[in-house]
Design a protein around this ligand. Sequence first.
Ligand SMILES: [Zn+2]
Length: 225
Amino acid sequence: MSSIDSAAPPIVTIVGERIALGPLDHTLVPLMQRWHNDLAVVAALGLPPRPLTLERMAARHDALAAAEDEARFAVYTWADRRPIGLATLPAIDFRHGTARYVLFIGKRDCRGKGYGTETTRLMLEYAADWQGKHVVAVGRWFPSSKTCGVCGHAHAGLTLKDRVWTCPACGATHDQDAKAARTLLAEGTRLFALHKPGATGSGFAGTPRAGILTATIVAAGSPET
Ligand SMILES: [Zn+2]
């Protein structure tokens, strides 16, 4: 089936539950132009708030489409094959196995519905697969930043504003973000070991490799998108 035929369904590379991801081809440039003229999207992406012409959008698309260190996907709702946004891994560093991650849901009525969350999960799995790594989901209520890495005390009174905090139980000082990353890595490694190869129905396969996929997430709209 040809992608040139506009009546044909879009080519999709990755299919999730409610979302599918496919190549971001030239036919989507007018739609991308529309989204890039939504000032809320532009602000979230950190772009200058100026009107974007179709010509400029097409030129930008051509340049990005030719970049070897990018993986760009159109995000579709799977039920009706409707393009609703885009997900990109720009600046892939093949040597270190890292990339940035940019997502936006351009269709306003599609924000806050969990599509972005599913897209992010699919993109993480895609990137990890590529690197021969594994994605382990840690429960959203896991107290990653509130657990003292020294004594295990869960500091219930901690708020997001407390970037640096001292454990009331053992007196250790923690940087919240760095500590959250370490606690999540430890919990992920623990969960991975529980589901190591051979365990039936685990959903995991292979052996863990060293390395962390780092991502910078830029999401437009509400946190849910
Ligand atoms: Zn402590």
